[in-house]
Design a binder for this molecule. Structure first.
Ligand SMILES: *Cc1c(COP(=O)(O)O)cnc(C)c1O
Length: 412
């Protein structure tokens, strides 16, 4: 929608890229365009816009094309997508979706066909696993699991699975923060004749602390519901890619499915992008202070946080792949489920809710909520124990949060 200067740094571009105030009657910040349809500048422009959508013509670099209809595209999606690109190192394009699941579904439907396999790390977000195992399998697509952090198994599964078209890596895994080596997965995938795409669910550490495209990934996916929007007040998703052709293909499926993010939500998310790094850094610093202060607490079996990793391989991946450890941590409370429930009953500032990535701190008990569909073997493999409580640390004063945790632990 406007010319921009790609030499600017990302904190600047997130405010300037793709936004021309003159197209918003001079308003200094983007307006909301709620129109469902757009008036063409000429019949020829309408014809050209449809030729581009139908793949019969290519958009020239920097060429402005008439908007058509808001299921395909609208100004608030265009501005949001232009401004999120500089936040994801290595990205050239982005697409906004009405949920993280909509983003995952669209990427999988664009690139995977009956007879193909999707190789994915476990544990992975429950909805993602449900989509692959209980829905896509009905259409002849195979899901192949690799235990998070296991490079040898990734290589072995890639070698034996047939027609691998997508490798889906979620790192760190939720709720034990086990990390998978993105670069190694990309290198292994790159050796296959089926040339799979590597997609990384970067919801937990990106875009501030982890940059999968720089480690060789093709597509980065977000639940924008979490840190990107940051206030636990909207649902959204984003896909970003290095290669504009991948974006073009996924955009065409989004137009078909009708799962583009609506103008109001695009506008909200767009404004939140300017503070995502500030929020993530503040919350991450809080999490580090709290995790390190709680190590050795008599009511805790373990504090799980990347700066506290003991495993040499996990330490290596963390150091190679992440700028910082992020704002998620898990506490393994002595006394199993009753201990964990007692803790949840007694926190006062921190709230007992699922989801994560908001400015407010949240705690939940994965075994009975987010991960309750797991089998016993999956619980064991994922490290989801009876006493484990997941914490999404917000931006309150960490000393108040620590005192809240300590008084709740005293009741256990
Ligand atoms: C929340 C979440 C999703 C799903 O996103 P929605 O916005 O809820 O559809 C996917 N992956 C991860 C890691 C998540 O935390």
């Amino acid at each position: 929608m406007s010319s921009h200067d790609d030499s600017l740094r990302s904190d600047t571009q997130v405010l300037t890229r793709g936004f021309d105030p003159m197209l918003s009657v001079g308003s200094a910040r983007p307006a909301v365009f709620r129109s469902s349809t757009y008036v063409f500048s000429s019949p020829e422009s309408a014809e050209h816009a449809f030729d581009i959508m139908g793949g019969r013509a290519k958009r020239a670099p920097g060429e402005g094309v008439d908007l058509v209809y808001s299921r395909f595209n609208h100004p608030n999606a265009e501005i949001l997508e232009a401004q999120i690109v500089p936040l994801e190192d290595g990205a050239t394009g982005a697409l906004a979706f009405n949920s993280g699941m909509a983003a995952i579904m669209t990427a999988l439907f664009t690139f995977v066909r009956p007879g193909d396999s999707i190789v994915y790390t476990v544990p992975i977000y429950g909805g993602t696993q449900h989509m692959i195992e209980d829905f896509l399998t009905l259409y002849g697509i195979h899901g192949e699991r690799v235990v998070a952090g296991n490079r040898e198994q990734m290589r072995a599964v890639l070698a034996r699975a047939k027609n691998v078209k997508m490798v889906l890596v979620e790192s760190p895994a939720n709720p034990t923060l086990i990390m998978s080596d993105i670069r190694d997965a990309c290198d292994s995938a790159g050796q296959l004749a089926s040339k799979p795409l590597v997609m990384v669910d970067n919801t937990l550490l990106g875009p501030t602390f982890q940059h999968p495209l720089l480690h060789g990934a093709d597509i980065v996916m977000y639940s924008a519901t979490k840190y990107l929007s940051g206030f636990s007040d909207m649902i959204g998703g984003v896909l970003l890619a290095k290669d504009a052709e991948l974006i073009r293909q996924m955009r065409s499926k989004r137009s078909l499915f009708g799962n583009i993010l609506q103008p109001d939500e695009c506008w909200m998310l767009n404004g939140r992008l300017t503070t995502v790094a500030l929020r993530m850094k503040a919350a991450g610093e809080n999490a580090r202070q709290i995790a390190e202060a709680l190590v050795g607490h008599p009511k805790l079996e373990q504090v799980i946080y990347p700066t506290l990793f003991a495993d040499a391989e996990q330490k290596r991946i963390f150091q190679a792949q992440c700028d910082q450890a992020g704002a998620m941590l898990s506490l393994v409370i002595k006394g199993g489920k009753p201990g964990a429930f007692e803790f949840l009953r007694h926190v006062r500032i921190v709230r007992n809710a699922v989801s994560l990535g908001g400015v407010e701190s949240l705690v939940c008990h994965p075994k009975t909520t987010t991960h309750s569909g797991f089998t016993e073997a999956e619980f064991a493999q994922a490290g989801v124990s009876d006493g484990l409580v997941r914490v999404s640390v917000g931006i309150e004063d960490w000393r108040d949060l620590l005192a809240d945790f300590e008084q709740a632990l005293a009741t256990v």
